[in-house]
Structures are given as C-alpha cells and as structure tokens.
Design a protein around this ligand. Structure first.
Ligand code: PEP
Ligand code: MG
Length: 539
C-alpha cells in the first residue's frame, strides 16, 4: 500500500481506479513567420473566438457551478482583452517574428509565473487562470482541442493541476474525485469541486507520479490522504466513514427548512459566515437563516488599489438580493494584522495584531470608511442589511463610528440618494475590554456578535497565527466562557440580541452551553448549519 498526504480541499470519501490525465500536447513549436501583421491578426481572431466560447460557457455553466462561479468565465474574457496579457504577446510576434501559438505560450507562461511568485495567496492562485486562457487561444489557433484521454469507467482523476475550465466541464458521472500535484485551496478548481460535491485533494507534488495510473485507490477528502493499493482494513475503515457520512447527510437533511428551536421552545437564529458574494449561494444551500458575518475585507484583498464605491455597492447589493428577507450583517473593513493589502501602505509594526487594524484604520482614514458606508447604505434598499463594526474597544470608538455613519446618511439624503435610515448598527465583541464594558456598549449598539477568534487571542495572549503555541490555546478556557456569558447577559439587560460569529460558535461540544447561556444567534460556516440545528433541537 502507498500512502500519500496532500491537502484536502473538498470533503468526501471516494474509491476507484486512479486515472492519470494525459493531455494531447498542444502545438507550440517555434515557427518563424514573415508577415507579422497577419500573425497578429490571427491572434486577434482567435481571441475573438475564445471570447465567444467563454460567453457560452458563462451562460451554460450557471446550473452546474452557480451564477457567481460561472462569472469566472467572464473574467477570463476580460483577461483576454487586458493589455497586460496581450501586449507582450504582440511584442514577441513583432520583434522575434514567431508564430502566435509560440508567442502566447511564452508570454503567457511568463505572466502566469509572475502570478505564481506573488506573496498574496489569492493572486498566486490566478496563475492557472492565465494558463487556462492561453491554452484556449492556442487550441483555437492550432485547430484542435487539447482533449483529455478520459476513461470510460468512473475514476479518481489525477493530473498536475486542473484548470478551472476543465473542472467546470467535467462529467460528474465519470469522476469520483480529483487529485493533483499542484493547486491552491482557494483556486477556482477547489471551489468548483466543492460546489459540485466532488472530493478533491491537491498539492501531492511529484509523489503523485503518472506511473501510479491504473492503481486501485481510496481517498479521504477530509484528511487529504490518498491510499493506493489500499489494505483491506483501510478500505473497511473508509467505506464505513463514507456510509456514516451518507447516513449523517440524510439525517441532517431532515432539518432543512425547519426552525432552530430547543425542546423547551426557545428559538435561535443560525446564520452563515461568508467572505464573498458567491458564498451567499453556499449559505442558502446550507439553509442559513441569514448572514451573521459578511467579511467585507475580500473586496479589498488581492487588489492593487482600493475598491471604489460602485464596485462595493454591487457586491453588497448582490448578496442582499440573494438573501431576500433574511438579514445580512455586513462587517465593515477589518484589514490589518494577518489581512494585509499593500496599497493601504500600513507601517511595519512589531505587533500587527495589536496595531493599526480594523476600526482603528477606519477611524484614522475616514475617507475609506465613508466610501464603504455609502456603498452599504445605498445597497440597503435591496434587502435586510445590518452594519457591524469590528474591534470596538470603547464607547468613544463606537460613537465616532456611528457619527461617520450618520454623516454618510445625511450626505446621501442631501443628494436624494435612496437608502434605509434604520439599518441596525451592531458591534463585534472581540477584545476583553469590550466584553468587560459590554453593559455600557449595549446601550448604544443594536446587537452584539462575539468574535471568539480574536477574543481568545487577546484574552489568552495567544497569537492566533502562531501554530507553535497552539497547544497552549484552550478554546474552552473558563475566562472565554465567562466573557461570553457576561456579554450575553449585558446585551439582554439592554434589550438587544447577542450572537457568536467566531469559530467557537460552531463547536458542537459547546452548543448546549451556548443555548443555556441564552445566546440568540450563532453564525457559522454554511456546511455546519444543519448539524447545529439538529444539536439545538436536542437541547
Ligand atoms: C473573530 O475574531 O472571531 C472573527 C469572527 O473575526 P475574524 O476571524 O475575521 O478576525
Ligand atoms: Mg476578528
């Protein structure tokens, strides 16, 4: 038996034969040409055809991978028009008098490498998108599709890396799981695999050799382990896990559409945490009763400049529209510490987690904050929005933040721009200071959501980013539980609701404790909702 460890990016157990995808090679030989003008025209014609193909893909893939995911093909189309992509190719054709196929392959690979070398994980993952569009245009030019030699029986598909186009177009009936040498957890390939419910493991490196093709295999997308020629006990263990997962899935499905209610009749709200517009689809699929934490930072990360008001407005509007009547709590910018965007030009700090982050940036650079607030207020007419400020430590910070929100409302009103004036404004309780003075804060906030990730970090003085001290991190520490209880009691005394949006909210061993404390809402990963509803119903 051979055991390979990779990175599980889409859960599930799959068993079958490993099939290494061999692609028929593309024609990218270096052909010298005389007529550069004609060659550039060939390139432009092929780009045009590729754009038409991508339009069709964007429209037809909606059912399979969801509207937001299918947008990727529109992005690919835009990339094809981008001068950063086209100019170096045209330059190569002109200066080196090479055929378009070769120029695309050379310049495209260089650009993909530039992305791959970036520090930002999101930008890194875009390398495969550049490869994907280059492949498409070369295929058009060389008159042949780079076909997969696919197996007739359903298989565990292996390759170097899957392009988003390949993953989206896979025949679900022929693919038991995906495994690859490379890849990133936040790549579109991983996202598509999760959306389509295909178990996937990436990052095996050279260990995943094509010599292994044809071997019997079983894998666990949860733990990221792939077994080849598995021993009978492993098969037995994983088959049992598969069956268990299936049974659990069926049991949890019974919870769909039902209210979250304890045996004694206490209602709780089970909301979802999301970090992008497309996550709203996952929230709905997971049966979320609302969005308890929309991490708006995604709009700012992986970019070279600030997102403008309209860009932000569009994202908030889309999420609000998708969620309909359900509440959407939009957390304002929480950049800094582990979430860095270069264009903010934040100073290098000794202790970034205790430095210029979140509301501190917003109160220092109110122009950025007001742009975001304007976008949220404008979008508020499209659904049931709430605003939440992160890292509030004092009444003064809350008041100054609310003042800026008020100023934005006044500016919008003066310009006759429609918005909802009564959007609830709540705060995150994620520092010990805010928990301790939550009685004071509760008088001027509409709700509390406890950010247990930071609350734990700051209460226990344990850096959440530092794996080497994680063994010291007792997430059930009595100090944390007391701060949660104190916050919840103070919220209720002031007549406002209190929830948890940090990871602890999804801890099934604490569900009963949270119900007993009287928490009103838990906001968790969409996939946890049905499970938590089942647990609450047993309380
Ligand atoms: C938290 O701190 O618990 C939280 C939800 O915010 P984030 O994890 O985004 O810092
Ligand atoms: Mg936090």
């Amino acid at each position: 038996m051979i055991t390979l460890q990779g990175k599980g990016v889409s859960a599930g157990v799959a068993r079958g034969r490993l099939f290494f995808l061999t692609r028929t090679s593309l024609s990218v030989e270096k052909r010298l040409i005389n007529d550069t003008k004609k060659e550039i025209e060939r390139f432009n014609m092929a780009r045009q055809t590729a754009a038409e193909q991508l339009d069709v893909l964007a429209a037809t893939m909606v059912d399979r991978i969801g509207e937001e995911n299918a947008l990727l093909f529109e992005i690919h189309r835009m990339m094809l028009e981008d001068t950063d992509y086209c100019d170096p190719i045209i330059e190569l054709i002109k200066t080196e008098k090479v055929c378009a196929e070769y120029a695309i392959n050379t310049a495209g690979s260089r650009l993909a490498q530039e992305f791959a070398d970036m520090d930002d994980e999101y930008m890194k993952a875009r390398a495969v998108d550049v490869y994907d569009i280059s492949k498409r245009v070369i295929e058009i030019l060389s008159g042949g599709k780079q076909a997969f030699a696919m197996s007739d029986e359903p298989v565990i598909l292996a390759t170097d890396d899957f392009t988003p186009s390949e993953t989206a177009q896979l025949d679900r009936n022929k693919v038991l799981a995906l495994v690859s040498r490379q890849g990133a957890a936040n790549s579109h390939t991983a996202i598509f695999a999760r959306t389509m419910g295909i178990p996937a493991i990436i990052g095996f490196g050279a260990f995943l050799s094509s010599d292994l093709s044809g071997k019997e295999a079983i894998l666990d997308g949860d733990t990221g382990v792939l077994y080849l020629d598995p021993e009978p006990e492993i098969i037995k263990k994983l088959e049992a896990k598969k069956e268990e997962l299936q049974k659990e899935k069926e049991r949890l499905e019974q919870m769909r559409g039902k209210p979250t209610i304890t045996k004694s009749g206490k209602l709780l709200k089970l909301y979802a945490n999301i970090g992008s517009v497309s996550d709203a689809d996952a929230a709905l699929a997971g049966d979320a009763e609302g969005i308890g934490l929309f991490r708006s930072e995604f709009l700012y990360l992986g970019r070279s400049d600030y997102p403008d008001e309209d860009t932000q407005y569009e994202s908030y509007r889309k999420v609000l529209e998708k969620m309909g009547d359900r509440q959407v709590v939009i957390r304002t910018l929480d950049i800094g510490a582990d979430k860095q965007a270069d264009y903010f030009d934040l100073p290098k700090e000794e202790n970034p987690a205790m430095g210029m982050r979140a509301i501190r940036i917003c109160l220092t650079r109110s122009d950025i904050f007001k742009t975001q607030l304007r976008a949220i207020y404008r979008a508020s007419v499209h659904g049931n929005a709430a605003i939440m400020f992160p890292m509030i430590n004092s009444l003064d910070e809350l008041r100054r933040s609310k003042e800026l929100a008020k100023a934005v409302r006044e500016e919008l009103a003066a310009k006759d721009i429609s918005f909802k004036a009564d959007v609830p404004i709540g705060i995150m309780i994620e520092t010990p200071a805010s928990a301790v003075i939550s009685d004071i804060l509760a008088k001027e906030a509409d709700f509390f959501s406890i950010g247990t990730n930071d609350l734990t970090q700051y209460t226990l003085a344990i850096d959440r980013q530092n794996d080497s001290i994680s063994t010291f991190c007792d997430t059930h520490h009595e100090a944390i539980l007391r701060l949660i209880k104190l916050t919840c009691d103070n919220a209720h005394n002031a007549g406002i609701w209190c929830g948890i949006c940090g990871s602890l909210g999804a801890d099934p061993t604490l569900t009963k404790t949270f119900v007993e404390m009287g928490l009103d809402e838990l906001s968790v990963e969409p996939s946890r909702i049905l499970k938590l509803r089942a647990l609450v119903s047993e309380c």
